[in-house]
Each structure stands twice: as C-alpha cells, then as structure tokens.
Design a protein around this ligand. Sequence first.
Ligand code: BES
Ligand code: ZN
Ligand code: ZN
Length: 485
Amino acid sequence: MKPEILKISQISPEQSVVCITGKDKLPDWLKLTKSEKEFALKQIQAKEEYVIINSYFKSTYIIRINEESEEFSIRESLRKTAFNLRKNIKSNNHSELVIASHEVFGGAVESFTEGLLLSFYSFDKYKSDKDEKVKKKYPSRLLLFGGPGDKDLKWLTDLTDAVYLIRDLINEPVNHLNAPAFAEEIKKIGKLGGFRVEVLNKGKIEALKMGGLLAVNKGSVDPPVFCILEWKPEKALNKNPVVLIGKGIVYDTGGLNIKTGDYMENMKGDMAGGAAVTGVMYTIAKTGIPLHVIGLIPATDNRPGGNAFTQGDIITMFNKMTVEVGNTDAEGRLILADAISYASKFKPELIIDIATLTGSAAVTFGIQAIAVMGNADRKYFDLLREVGYEVYERTAELPFWEEYGELIKSDIADLKNIGGREAGAITAGKFLENFAEYPLIHMDIAGPGLLKKDDFYRLKEGPGTGTRLLSAFLKRYASDLMVKK
Ligand code: BES
Ligand code: ZN
Ligand code: ZN
C-alpha cells in the first residue's frame, strides 16, 4: 500500500525522523542525546551517505547532501538514498515517519519522499502468503516538515499514484491482461483521474481499416482495441492538442518470427508506452494542467497462432500506404503508424509517441536514456532534455537524417517494416515519420522502460518510465505558455 503524505508544522520528540541536512550541523529540533549527536556528526563529517540512530522507541535517519553539486543531481541522489534506506525503514516497522530538512533547498524533502514512495511499491497481488506482508510494514503515513507547498505536494501525490497504477499494468501478465482487459483498466484509470476514455472495438477498427493493428492481431484469439483518451480543460492554453501515442502490445512473442532464447523476457511489458500515456493523462487531469491533450493507445498481443500475419505479407495501413512485412517482430511500428495517421484528425500541435520499440535503442543507451528523435521544433526537444534531468528520466537524441529513410524502402510496396541491422532504432523512427502529417517526436523506451533488476527506485520489471518525464514536460510547457500570455 502506498503511504499517505501529510504536511506537519511541528515534530514531537518521540517521532522517528529522516533529517536531510546540508551542513555538518544538526537542527535543534532533532531530539537526540549528546553522545548520539556526537556520533552522528562524526559520521556525516566523514561524508557517509547516511547515519541511522536507533533508540528503544524511535529511529533517526540523518542524510547529508553535497551542496556543491547541481540541484538535479542532489535531487537524484536523495531519491537513490531513499531507495537504499527502504529496507532499514521497513525493518523498523514505523507506523509513521517524519521527513524534514535543515538548511537545504526546498526540493530536498520532495525528492527524498518521491524516491521513498517509488521504492515502497511492490507487485504482490498473486502472493498467497499474506502473513509475509503483515510481518514488517512500510510506514503508512509520511509526515513532511518544511517540505513542498500544497500545490507541489498534490503534484507529487498524484504523480506517484499514477506511477503505482501503471506499474501494476506493466507487471500484470498477459493471461490476466489481454488487450480488452487493458482497455477496461484504462477506463477505470480515466474515471479515477477525471479524463474521458473511448474504446474502439474490433468492428470499429475494421471499419476504419487500421491495417497495421489488424495485421498484428491476426495471430491472436483476443480482439484488438484502440483507446482514445482525452483531457480537455475548460481554459486550455493550447488551441491545437498535444497527442500522445503509446505502444500497447500486451505481449510480444515476435509472432511467426518468434523470439528465441531469452528474448521473450519482459515482453508482457511491451505495453509500457501505452501505460505511460495512461499515467500522464491521469496526472495532468488530476492536477488540472491547462492543456488539451489526447492519448491514443492501439493494443493487441503479437502471436504466431492461426492465421497470423507472415513475413512477406503486404498490408494496407489506415492512411492507405502499403507496407511489406519484413519481420513480424517489428510489430510495434505497425500499430503506432495507424495511430499516428489517425492523430491527423485532431490537427495536433505536436505528436509524441512512446514505445518499447527496438532492441537497438536498448543496446545503444542501456537503461540510462530514452532515445528520442523526430521532426518537431527544437524547442520541444530542448524542453524534454531539460525536464529529463529534473525528473532523471533523461533523453538522448538520435539523428533523423533523411538518408536513414532509404533503408526502409521496399521494392514491392511503399515501405518495409524493417531496415536491416544498421541503425535499427532510427529506421523504426523513420518508418513512423511516414505516417505523421504533423510534427512528431518519437521516444523509444526499450532500455529504461523494462528492467531485469531494480535500478534503485526504478523498480523491475516495469518501472513506469516516461510518466514522470512527460507529465513534467506538459506541466512545464503549460507554465511557459502561461508566462507568454
Ligand atoms: N518489443 C520489441 C523491442 C524490445 C526488445 C523492447 C527488448 C524491449 C526490450 C520489438 O517489438 C521488437 O521485437 N523489435 C525488434 C525489431 C526488429 C525485428 C527489426 C528488435 O528490436 O529486435
Ligand atoms: Zn516485436
Ligand atoms: Zn514489441
């Protein structure tokens, strides 16, 4: 269970406290004995990451930050320290925990709390040993002292709620979450967050002739869905909406070009892009960001069953272009392409798609960066980069030169869905660009979006990558527009 976060204005002596300090000094309100204080000071002067003082009835956790570092890096180290402390905190079984700072910048309490909340998540709904869960618990309340203001606190609460919600979706296996079930969950999140959700069923998708989505779905016994999410506040600052598109492959076997060896690992999470879009819509609706935003999530599994699409097939896409299937495992771009051309009907100011799209992106950047590319104005890339450092979901840009587009030409159709071994992440992006009539940013989260082990508070398997980045991006974009008005 995610703890509740509350603000307090006073700390009482019997409370367990996390104290973040910028100096080799401890605040007067920290109630410790003289020898405990001496011990703690000695440790933090020796530049220990943290000191824990356990007495009979309470614990005190002291964290010293390096004020010389840049703010974004202090924030990230606090999130990581929170993760490192999670086990100690759990074993001390506090019902509540105070988080406070002393002579450091305002965001310190916020970042530590964020790291802690994200580290407390667990996917344990299928564990039958309920006892194991009750033995030791994380605090059910976090009490913030001298931390963020009300607005920032609400943002933190709603954003971390969103990450919890979508981690559950990414971690859910396909035998419990096929495409129609995914759509039902998105509807539920829409109700919780306060945004509109419409789900197009197979009949509608056929009537619209979304050839990419239908081709990928052919080997499945479950129907595809196409979800349309919309947040349209009364006083939107943008005339034309931002359209977010998320890959919703609920399982990627590779199809007839089946994934061999351990390549199928994590492929229940091949809808992490779609989940991220859902998380962003939840956050911006819940916090009332004044922007008109539409989310599109095409979803199906990719299987080799029955009448599965095959290598060599030529399919006609939603926008009437033809595509020669060079590999059934390059399915993500087929379903995204239909969504990107569908987005034209909204005359978007900007389209951003997010997808666990290519092994190539993961090989290039590992888990450290989201690969971004596209033809949209520089200002969007710059803002993404900047916000990326703040939330520490960093973006790294790949070139998008037109020569790369040559690699996906087909001799017998307009395009081919693979471009060979070279520059795989880029040719995938180039493929998508063919379907975009409006400015496009393509984000490939194949690396950081699915993890084999915890990367601090970015927990395995689905850490929820992209939600914090794109939510913060839209929030910043809205506040920049506000300043201009
Ligand atoms: N979902 C995968 C990409 C992926 C791989 C995501 C590993 C996360 C971790 C995608 O559908 C895929 O299979 N891509 C192929 C494309 C190739 C056939 C051109 C790939 O990257 O190998
Ligand atoms: Zn694939
Ligand atoms: Zn895939």
